[in-house]
Design a protein around this ligand. Structure first.
Ligand code: AP5
Length: 217
């Protein structure tokens, strides 16, 4: 599959991306994970991105374009699930050009629609594996880590992200409304958009797989 996952912070993009990848081995790409790894490694890109991320603002399009071009050039462009990219109209235009150049059109753009109260609740109770090679996602209520706040997959500590303060969460939701929500209309016009309003991960995955089969058939 070649899909883009859209949705507000906390909508479940990372969770759904991992569940879908488990079905057919597609490569998942989270720009947030790539950026956090760059920050942790102290690369020039990470140093430039760090302040934007901690505040809950978007990282400049120029940096994301650089990151994405490198990712596709590394040969990950055949089957993929994009989580967190694109996030602005210029990023969507860049993605369109990249995929046209690779002759790999998108199958679907999936928008996960989740009420704001649920988003805030999920973000304030999320925990993430500290190991950037793992990045497993947990939730202290619905999907708890192992005892001692350890990752069930790799055993590393499980932590709260820097952008999970109440101020940063509020800012991320505001930025989503101002800069990212417009992508829904953009992709609706391409005929690729699938709006998913279910809240259970397994139901969401079945809905997406059903839509992909329908398209292929
Ligand atoms: P990023 O890491 O992409 O954050 P986000 O979009 O804000 O999304 P999240 O990772 O917070 O949430 P999610 O939708 O993946 O939900 P999750 O599955 O974790 O980006 C972080 C920052 O990086 C941005 O603010 C920006 O600065 C920068 N950035 C990244 N990409 C960029 C770009 N393209 N351009 C510019 N800047 C960029 O789930 C959340 C919680 O809910 C978890 O605890 C999970 O267990 C739980 N949960 C999930 N699904 C369910 C369910 N169905 N039922 C119950 N609980 C659930």
């Amino acid at each position: 599959m070649r899909i883009v996952l859209l949705g507000a912070p906390g909508a479940g993009k990372g969770t759904v991306a991992r569940a879908l990848a488990a079905v057919d081995g597609s490569q998942t790409l989270s720009t947030g994970d790539l950026l956090r790894a760059a920050v942790k490694a102290g690369t020039p890109l990470g140093r430039e991105a760090e302040g934007f991320m901690a505040r809950g603002d978007l990282v400049p399009d120029r940096l994301i374009k650089e990151l994405m071009e490198a990712w596709f050039q590394a040969g990950y462009g055949d089957r993929f699930i994009l989580d967190g990219f694109p996030r602005t109209i210029p990023q969507a235009v860049s993605l369109g050009l990249l995929l046209k150049g690779l002759d790999r059109p998108l199958d679907r753009v999936v928008n996960l629609v989740v009420p704001e109260a649920v988003l805030v609740d999920r973000l304030s109770t999320r925990r993430t594996c500290f190991n950037t090679a793992c990045n497993a996602i947990y939730n202290i209520r619905t999907q708890p880590p192992a005892e001692g706040d350890r990752c069930r997959l790799c055993g590393a500590p499980v932590v709260q992200r820097e952008d999970e303060t109440p101020e940063a969460i509020a800012r991320r939701l505001q930025v989503y409304g101002e800069q990212t929500a417009a992508l829904v209309g953009h992709y609706e016009r391409t005929g690729l958009l699938l709006q998913v309003r279910e809240l259970e991960t397994s139901t969401i995955v079945q809905t997406i797989l059903g839509a992909l089969t329908e398209k292929a058939g």
